[in-house]
Structures are given as structure tokens and as C-alpha cells.
Design a protein around this ligand. Structure first.
Ligand code: PLP
Length: 368
């Protein structure tokens, strides 16, 4: 059946590479000639074991993950990690204190959750609006903190770190849910990285956790067993039934990334795509306004207002209706901030992006 031509700018679950969908469709009823679907496969079977190993090995290869890091495939999304991180790591030091950088909705939620398990120190003055990253010279890190936490790309606000925070020796933890594998990362600088799959590396259901081995084994005694990194690491993410199909899809996406030049090539593409949109915004004489500081504008999620700085809601509605008529979907900004947000994850092509902003731009000139 002919597929409707839709350009998906959704923030997640988001567009998947089309070749991945074709492959999954081809194998849906009969995986690798074994007569059953991955959906029906025992998580303890040798076939699933191969899927897990292939997925983990691809991830290790793409990010050059050092041998002293465990890779786990867990459930509960990024939100479960907001709890799992403090439950497992805040006890690393006696004081049970953790430093948080709060630069948007997701790090704010993570910090709030961590308060249940220890002392949380937000290292910079509270931000009135999430449109920048406070200069690192203004951070007051806690000596003896168990870890320093930040969200590498704030999906709602379009704020992305283009540097790795210097923690002066403390363990660094990052939520990379919305820019995972969009660019190279030096894993050895981190104690822990986590990422939900449904934006850049697959579908909802699985969350990757990459953690340095020496940080495992410090869970608080009340930590739920499925969130305990030691239990999950010792059981190779099979303490309980894992999200088998989501792991399989992640494996296909990782293979696609590898075949398309790896994370370096993804970075080049993502810079190109996001610049195309930011260039239109910057040259629009404030018809489009992106509130985020130029130094930390996200390559993954581009938020902007239409008509004026704080957004002309009637124009924005027209804009979204027009975009929808042109086959573009999920451009509405997050309900907490309004406006427009174009998400440009790895699977969104340069052609999609070209079609998107240029059609929108023409649309602006002709129709608004
Ligand atoms: N962290 C970031 C950066 C996100 O964008 C999201 C969701 O969009 C989450 C965490 C929460 O993920 P989940 O809905 O899978 O719990």
C-alpha cells in the first residue's frame, strides 16, 4: 500500500529510518527464518541472546565505550532513571549530596526526584527562563558531592550543551535521551549516561544505561530491585523480561547509524539540518524568534515563535495548520512553552528539513 507522504518533526517517539521500518516489517512474522516473530521470542532463547549481544556490541563500537563500563537495557524510560540515578549513586559518598544543573524541564524533574533520596544542590542561580546555560564560572560545585547531574539536551526548550561540564573530579551523570548518538561523546569522562530510545535510537520501551563498573553496588537499601544497577548488570539486563522488541529495533537503528558513517557523520548531518532552520530564523527580521542563546541552541530540537517575540498565537495556529496541509506533523511546541518546535533527530533527512523550512518559509510569505 502506498504510504502517505508525511514529514515527521515530532519530539519523540520520533521518526525512524525508513530502512529500519522496512526490515522490521520484513522480519515481523518470521525473524531470521526461525518461524516466529521477535515479539513472540523467549528473552532467554539463543536467538534473543544474539540480538542483545549484537545491539550491545554495536553500541560499544559506535561510542567506543571503554571495557570498564557496563551497558544495560532497562525499562521505565528516562523518568525511571530520574529515580534510579540517586537510588544507586547518591550513596557513593557519606553526605548523600548531589549537584544538579537545572537548565530545563527534564533536569528540573530529575532534581526534584533526587530530593527524595538525599540533599540536592542546584549549582547555579535559579533560571527565570530556560533559554541558556549559566556560565560555568558561576557554578558552585559541592566538594564531596556523590555526583554532578545534567541534561545534555533539554528537549522541551531546545537547550543543548556543546561542552562536557568540568566537575573537578566528581562523578558526572548525563541524561542524553534526546541527543544520544547525534554526535561523538567521550564516554570515559562520565560515570553514567542514560538515554531513552524513542528519539534517536529506536522506539519507546527501552532505556540505555552506560555506567562505570566501580560505581555499581552502592544502591540504597530501599532501591526497587528492577532499578538496582548491580542486579541488572549481574543479570545482563535479564533480571526480568526486558523490552525485547524495542531492543531489537534499537539494534537495527544502530546498524543503520554504522552503515551511514557512525556518530561523526550524524553530527555533520545534524549540524547541517539545524543550521538550515536557524538560518531562516536568524534572517527573518524577527518574524521567527528563537529564544535560546546562540551558544546553546540545540541541534535536535529547534523551538521558535512566530510573529513576535512572545509568539502571536493566531499566526502560530495558522502556521501549524498550513504545515499540516503540506504534510508536516508534530511541529507544535511543548504544551508548557507553546510556539513551534521542529525536532531533527538522526532519522530526519536533509531532504525532510529542506522541504520543511523552505515550504514553511514560502508559506509564511504567501499565506500568513
Ligand atoms: N529526558 C529527556 C531529555 C526527555 O526528553 C524525556 C522525554 O521526552 C525524558 C527524559 C523522559 O522520558 P520518558 O518519557 O521515557 O520517561
Amino acid at each position: 500500500m502506498e504510504k502517505k507522504q508525511t514529514i515527521n518533526f515530532g519530539a519523540g517517539p520520533a521518526k525512524l529510518p525508513q530502512s529500519v521500518l522496512f526490515q522490521a516489517q520484513k522480519e515481523l512474522m518470521d525473524y531470521n527464518g526461525i518461524g516466529i516473530s521477535v515479539l513472540e521470542m523467549s528473552h532467554r532463547s539463543s536467538d534473543f541472546n544474539k540480538i542483545m549481544n549484537t545491539t550491545e556490541n554495536l553500541l560499544r563500537e559506535l561510542l567506543s565505550i571503554p571495557d570498564n563500563y557496563k551497558v544495560m537495557f532497562l525499562q521505565g524510560g528516562g523518568s525511571a532513571q530520574f529515580s534510579a540515578v540517586p537510588l544507586n549513586l547518591i550513596g557513593l559518598k557519606q553526605d548523600r549530596c548531589a549537584d544538579y544543573l537545572v537548565t530545563g524541564t527534564w533536569s528540573s524533574k530529575a532534581a526534584k526526584e533526587a530530593e527524595k533520596y538525599g540533599k540536592v544542590n542546584v549549582v547555579h542561580p535559579k533560571l527565570e527562563r530556560y533559554t541558556k546555560i549559566p556560565d560555568s564560572s558561576s557554578w558552585s560545585l559541592t566538594a564531596g558531592a556523590s555526583y554532578v547531574y545534567y541534561c545534555c539536551n533539554e528537549t522541551v526548550h531546545g537547550v543543548e550543551y556543546n561542552f562536557t561540564p568540568d566537575t573537578h573530579g566528581s562523578v558526572l551523570v548525563s541524561d542524553m535521551s534526546s541527543n544520544f548518538l547525534s554526535r561523538p561523546v567521550d564516554v570515559s569522562k562520565f560515570g553514567l549516561i542514560f538515554a531513552g530510545a524513542q528519539k534517536n535510537v529506536g522506539c519507546a520501551g527501552v532505556t540505555v544505561v552506560i555506567v562505570r563498573e566501580d560505581l555499581i553496588g552502592y544502591a540504597l537499601k530501599d532501591c526497587p530491585i528492577v532499578l538496582d544497577y548491580k542486579v541488572q548488570a549481574d543479570n545482563n539486563s535479564l533480571y526480568n523480561t526486558p523490552p525485547c522488541f524495542s531492543i531489537y529495533i534499537m539494534g537495527l537503528v544502530l546498524e543503520w547509524i554504522k552503515n551511514n558513517g557512525g556518530v561523526e557523520a550524524m553530527e555533520t548531518l545534524n549540524m547541517k539540518k539545524s543550521s538550515m532552520i536557524y538560518d531562516i530564523i536568524n534572517s527573518s527580521n524577527d518574524f521567527y524568534v528563537c529564544p535560546v542563546d546562540i551558544a546553546c541552541r540545540s541541534r535536535m530540537n529547534v523551538p521558535f515563535r512566530v510573529g513576535k517575540k512572545e509568539g502571536d498565537e493566531a499566526l502560530e495556529k495558522k502556521f501549524l495548520d498550513g504545515a499540516s496541509k503540506l504534510g508536516m506533523i508534530s511541529l507544535k511546541g511543548h504544551r508548557s512553552v507553546g510556539g513551534i518546535r521542529a525536532s531533527l533527530y538522526n532519522a530526519v533527512t536533509v531532504e525532510d528539513t529542506l522541504a520543511g523550512p523552505f515550504k514553511l518559509h514560502a508559506f509564511k510569505l504567501n499565506s500568513l
